[in-house]
Design a protein around this ligand. Sequence first.
Ligand code: NAD
Length: 516
Amino acid sequence: MVATHAEGPATDRQGIPHYRMFIGGEWVDTDEQYDVINPATEELVATAAKGGTSHADAAVAAAKRAFESGEWRNTPPLERAAVIDRVIAALTSRMDEFTEIGSRECGFPLRLSQAICVGFPLLHMQHYADLTRRYEWERPGPVAGQVLSAGLVRREPLGVCVGIVPWNFPLVLTVWKAIPALAAGNSVVVKVDEKTPIAALEVAQMLRDAGVPDGTFNVITGDGETVGAHLVAHPDVRKVSFTGSTAVGREVMRNAADTIKQVTLELGGKGPNIVLEDADLDAAVDGAAYAFLLHAGQACESGTRLLLPSSLHDEFVRRLVERLKTLKIGNPLDPATDIGPVMGPDQHKRILGYIELGQQEGATLVHGGGVPSGPGFEKGYWVEPTVFTDVRNDMCIAREEIFGPVLSVLRYDSVDEAIEIANDTEYGLSAGVWSQDVPRALEVAKQLQAGSVWINDWHNISANLPFGGFKQSGNGRELGPDALDEFTEQKAVTVDLSGRVDRRAYGLVLGTPPSA
Ligand code: NAD
């Protein structure tokens, strides 16, 4: 799959690609290793060095040295954007390889892998490069009431920024953490998830080849509770951008508090998908399936609570189940596959546990619920697309993030009730409304507590729009027109042009000078 080379991320360890970490411009290995396992086949895809806290320290030290040298942060923004352009060209030339990495390492079906492991990273890097070119790095700001003063607001990099990335979208989320931080002139340490380290390490080589100075971009592996937590608490780290579960997000916020770090958190969700009575049913049925099944439901923004008006409920569920029967679950490398595996034994157990819990809670299982069997399913981690009806919003399957292909269907009798159910959650990442009356859908959208609301659509994450959560789905925004704000400090500079001492101000402290 991936070529191994002495001067790149992967070497050969017993005939398998072995990935090293990238620290201070060097490839760093360890004796201990992680196994990277294909979730569809349980085959060993690669091994990876297992980082510890000493590697986290080395990466932060290298990043700090690089930042203090000034080489990257003093590189003009236009040149930093040109470096991103070169990475875009490098990734474009290796599209097929990265599509396959996404399928083997993460279980993405090929079509989806092409879009999410290559297309999105390319589009988003392009957005960050464009933004870097037109960002207001410095702007004049008049000083209130003082004609003979000049003011200047500068946007300056923060220093060492840490990105902590989960396994579900490894390259997209590495791009969201690393590229705007680098574009703004920071140094970066990315901690990848041990299950999915490959794409970020390959991109480290691309960034180096594109001209990012050594130490400015580092990638380490390591367990979250030790290495991740160590990075978050590290006194030389100025910012942590974390994507993962809400439970770990709370811990990140606590651990960052002692050193008053800036923290961006992109956390879990329990997206309510409201179908209004006047929805186009064919579109809404497909949309409901798409909303909860992308990447076998392992997407934070999934639509996992489907809210149906009582009048449409039975017909809609019937159509949805018929549609789900047409989907092909199986080998992600088969271009005909629609739904791939879930990420590994822990995810598998967790999802099946929720399916059992849903039945115990009194929900009705109307589709799926099991593990597919037969040829092609002897190995790997598989869960059938699963639909529960008769779900109440106080059940665990309606409140907790399952992170698998499981949909909870709830009934409502008035639009106000639908909005109330939708907002009755501690999450607030995504929501959706289906209606042929767009102004009416917009009125509903305004009342939903979520960072992204899709009308007659789902998963429409656009580079030009901010993405992030309300409530316990997170803090801060990624992408969008303000993406670089998250990785810069504002500095206000004033210049007194009057050539005189300001007696009114100075006099407050110094009194009347003897000469006056
Ligand atoms: P997780 O929270 O267990 O782990 C995420 C990352 O954090 C991993 O790299 C892990 O090693 C690290 N980590 C674990 N404990 C840590 C600690 N104490 N300190 C610092 N780092 C630590 O999440 P996961 O199960 O790997 O990923 C799935 C979760 O991510 C889901 O809840 C999903 O909703 C969320 N997610 C959110 C978004 C978003 O943009 N909002 C996007 C994708 C995934």
